[in-house]
Write a protein that binds this ligand. Structure first.
Ligand code: G3P
Ligand code: CA
Length: 238
């Protein structure tokens, strides 16, 4: 059965990449969550999507220029007066130890290399013994190769914005067990061929019912969606 990953948590209804959004995804019955990780100036792993804090928080500036203690003062629930802090990856892992959810960590290192981030993330995954429940992804495929080199026991999956010819060959070449394509760039026959070659396919970001049906029909490994409740309701038909 196709798994449902809540993109940035249950982000259709709750502030993205906050503990509340992850808890609500769990309550909804999602199989997993997707989240984005970056590093503060003093080396704390924090969960936030944009390189700048401006869109999602009460502050402004680059994540990499903040000390953690200052980043922590920001409200990541910008549209509400109920303050939510930007979570650390450690806090998310503490929550993960209380459930059985899967977690797709996107390393946000396509623009800034975040020296040493892969090592820090892997150290934390091992510390919490979450190796079997984590998938590491990135648009930076050098980083994907590095993650495999550092931790071959943890699943990796390159992210793609554009289409790719015979993606299973690419994935096998970089030792990735999965691929995370932008859903509109990968035709059904390519997805089916990739799945038949033993590579997990988890397209993003699937919010329309027609796209959900299309992917449930071909028994895609997982979908990454902002709206896990909508997806769970439709999945009952399969
Ligand atoms: O991991 C899938 C998706 O999250 C990648 O795009 O921009 O939402 O991080 P973005
Ligand atoms: Ca992401």
């Amino acid at each position: 059965m196709t798994q449902i990953f809540a993109h940035r948590g249950y982000s259709a209804s709750f502030a993205e990449n906050t503990l509340v959004a992850f808890l609500e995804a769990e309550k909804a019955g999602a199989d997993g969550v997707e989240l984005d990780v970056q590093l503060t100036k003093d080396g704390e792993l924090v969960v936030i999507h944009d390189e700048k804090v401006d869109r999602t928080t009460s502050g402004n500036g680059l994540v990499k220029d903040f000390l953690f203690k200052d980043l922590r003062k920001l409200n990541a629930n910008k549209k509400s007066t109920k303050k939510e802090p930007i979570p650390t990856l450690t806090e998310v892992f503490e929550w993960l130890t209380s459930n059985k959810l899967l977690c797709n960590i996107e390393l946000k290192n396509a623009f800034f290399p975040y020296e040493g981030m892969e090592e820090k993330v892997i150290h934390l995954i091992r510390k919490f013994d979450l190796m079997d429940r984590i998938i590491l992804s990135s648009f930076n495929h050098y980083s994907i190769v590095n993650c495999y080199r550092l931790a071959p026991e943890i699943e990796t999956a390159p992210l793609f914005l554009e289409g790719i010819y015979m993606p299973w060959i690419y994935s096998q070449a970089i030792r990735a067990k999965g691929i995370h394509p932008r859903y509109s760039t990968m035709p059904d026959d390519v997805m089916i061929n990739t799945l038949n070659n033993g590579i997990a396919v988890r397209p993003y970001t699937i919010n329309k019912e027609t796209d959900m049906h299309r992917l449930f029909k071909i028994n895609c490994t997982a979908i990454i969606t902002d709206d896990p409740i909508k997806a769970l309701k439709l999945r009952k038909q399969y």
